[in-house]
Write a protein that binds this ligand. Sequence first.
Ligand SMILES: [Zn+2]
Length: 136
Amino acid sequence: MLQCPCGCGEQIPVNVDKRAGKAWRFYCDADKSVTLFPSVWRDTGCQSHFIIWRDRILMFGLDRVSGTAPVESIDIGSLAKRVLDVWPRAGLVPYVDVADTLNEIPWDVQEACRALVKSGRLIEGLGKQRGMFRRS
Ligand SMILES: [Zn+2]
């Protein structure tokens, strides 16, 4: 159970056991920080939408995100290089698949993908294919 980070006081059940149906992935990194993937999006009550990433909570509002991504905890340069090394030659691929290949936190890999888009090495899909990337 999570206490909803919006302050509404409600408890949110978050299943992390794949055997019990739809489950979040729970990561506890070597530095003991905690990550959940994917985001938590309540369809009742306060309807909060948030992610937990390396002990940080990022809340998604209608037009802005509050909270600070833990980018200083990630060596984006070296992760981006490893991401590109294993990225499939062809086709749009979800970043989470590459995170699994590398055994890395998906949010970290998404951040690395964005850096690779900025440097022109990857291209992100559009519309429903957002979150999927291909080599440029
Ligand atoms: Zn709430």
